[in-house]
Design a protein around this ligand. Structure first.
Ligand code: HEC
Length: 97
């Protein structure tokens, strides 16, 4: 099998993220890992913070993550949805909780 450079980059990201999860029990690190695992297949092409999205507070972000987790067929537990929401919020949206 021939590995593309994109695959190798993703693999590297994967390994460093897995390491982070093992290295800490921080729920946001967990969210970062789950996000890379389930969400990046669409969201590298579809960046966050779309001005027309209507996501204007933490609650809406939480609902969107929940909706998208169904699209991703990710079957997240509630606390995993919170971890992913916190990761996206701290990385991109910066809403007050
Ligand atoms: C099947 C492709 C797909 C997957 C997988 C997916 N998404 Fe999405 N997501 C989209 C599309 C397309 C949009 C933008 C269109 C829309 O708002 O309906 C979107 C929009 C979003 C938004 C709103 C972005 C904004 O406009 O501010 C968030 C937040 C989000 N997704 C989170 C997630 C999370 C978290 C996961 C993983 C659990 C995920 N998505 C997995 C396709 C996907």
């Amino acid at each position: 099998m021939k590995l593309s450079s994109k695959t190798i980059t993703l693999l590297g990201l994967y390994l460093s993220l897995s390491f982070n999860v093992i290295a800490s029990d921080d729920s946001e690190a967990d969210g970062q890992f789950l996000h890379a695992d389930k969400c990046l297949k669409c969201h590298t092409d579809q960046p966050y913070i779309n001005q027309k999205s209507g996501i204007e507070n933490y609650q809406k972000l939480h609902s969107r993550v929940k909706m998208c987790s169904h699209q991703a067929e990710a079957e997240f537990f509630d606390d995993e949805i919170i971890s992913v929401t916190d990761y996206l919020n701290n990385t991109y949206y910066k809403f007050k909780k």
